[in-house]
Ligand binder design. Structure first.
Ligand code: SF4
Length: 367
């Protein structure tokens, strides 16, 4: 089976043959084509040619054709009987309608799906990142900007088939990837829907966009399926993690998860058009008064993951939800706090930063 690029159809058989006659492999690879290439009108890009015309990626299609995707979905589903899908390990039987900390039983609830242009540039490219926002979350962040979705349950139940159709429709719109937002608590259902979607031609990279509280056991089931991991690294201090997200062991669990993600996909790889197709992208939201433990997060990434880690140090924190009740959280991040975080990253040798400058206030942007 052959992978495609930009949501274009699979490579025609004769093109696969041609590639293979050149002694190259077409199986399990993205093929570079111009964005307006039609079904029968493939045009190789120069850069692709110089690299042999193919770029290796993780390949859920291969797992699908071997029946491994189905086996992984079944393993993940079995975890729901005494739920250990995430490190909360609630041990409730979700298949029997019981719910744990994430509130989700056997239903998938989606709040929205759309091509999104507000994500990091390597995900957005020119045609957007195909985001699917799952309702509820396994975290309880007091400052969550999406708390109506993550904590109050805004969204509608969808079937596996409908979720698969969402993936396919985002691909058909030309999105560069399927960006699963808050996927941790619904991994088994995503795998079931993915199997249906792959059988109908899904072939763009999958992005796992999580709060970073993921278990290594569940991540192992995603090995070779997820192409791009995009976890948060929210805190370095257990007490703060407990106070602000209700989870004491966040720092240690998060670090183990990030290491596992990096083991699977490595550093972020970006093609000649500036679009990411594989790897790790870490997000770190700077909080006021050093609550996010930025220095320790940066040091961990530099020393225990890779100095080539693509890191988005985010400055957009503003108090919302219950943050106003906490004096330390009740103000935005200052320019100095953000600049300090950038300096720390440079000092530790992290050189792939998503942005280096404090964002202009909205009033300037709108003028
Ligand atoms: S996925 Fe939900 S029910 Fe399962 S362990 Fe996590 S919070 Fe608990």
């Amino acid at each position: 089976m052959t992978r495609c690029y930009y949501g274009t159809p699979r490579l025609p058989t004769e093109r696969v043959k041609e590639i293979e006659e050149r002694g190259q492999k077409a199986v399990g690879y993205y093929y570079f084509a111009t964005s307006n290439a039609g079904r029968d009108d493939w045009q190789e890009k120069e850069g692709a040619q110089s690299r042999g015309g193919v770029v290796p990626i993780a390949n859920y299609e291969q797992l699908y054709s071997r029946g491994e995707l189905k086996a992984r979905a079944e393993k993940a589903r079995a975890m729901l009987e005494e739920c250990t899908v995430c490190p909360r390990r609630c041990a409730v039987n979700r298949l029997a309608g019981e719910s744990g900390k994430c509130h989700v039983t056997q239903q998938i609830i989606v709040s929205s799906y759309e091509p999104h242009f507000g994500e990091e540039p390597p995900l957005v490219g020119r045609r957007g990142s195909g985001t699917i926002f799952f309702t509820y979350c396994n975290l309880r962040c007091v400052f969550c900007q999406n708390y109506t979705i993550s904590q109050l349950g805004e969204g509608s139940p969808v079937t596996r088939n409908e979720l698969a159709q969402m993936m396919l429709s985002l691909q058909a719109k030309g999105c560069h990837n399927i960006n699963l937002v808050s996927p941790t608590h619904v991994v088994p259902y995503i795998l079931e829907a993915l199997e249906l979607a792959v059988s109908k031609g899904l072939c763009v990279p999958l992005v796992y966009n999580s709060g970073g509280y993921d278990s290594v056991e569940t991540l192992e089931l995603l090995d070779g399926i997820v192409d791009i991991y995009m976890p948060d690294m929210k805190y370095s201090d257990e007490k703060i993690a407990e106070q602000l997200s209700g989870i004491k062991d966040y720092p240690s669990v998060n670090r183990a998860a990030v290491k596992e993600m990096h083991r699977q996909v490595g550093d972020l790889q970006i093609d000649e058009q500036g679009v990411a197709y594989r790897g790790l992208l870490v997000r770190h939201l700077v909080l006021p008064n050093r609550l996010a433990g930025t220095q320790e997060v940066i040091r961990f990434l530099a020393r225990e993951v890779s100095t080539n880690t693509y890191l988005n140090i985010m400055a957009q924190y503003h108090p919302c939800h219950r943050a106003f009740d906490m004096p330390q959280l009740a103000r935005p991040v200052s320019r100095q706090e953000f600049s300090k975080a950038i300096d720390l990253a440079h000092q530790q040798g992290l050189h792939r930063l998503d942005k280096e400058h404090f964002p202009l206030p909205l009033r300037f942007v709108l003028r």
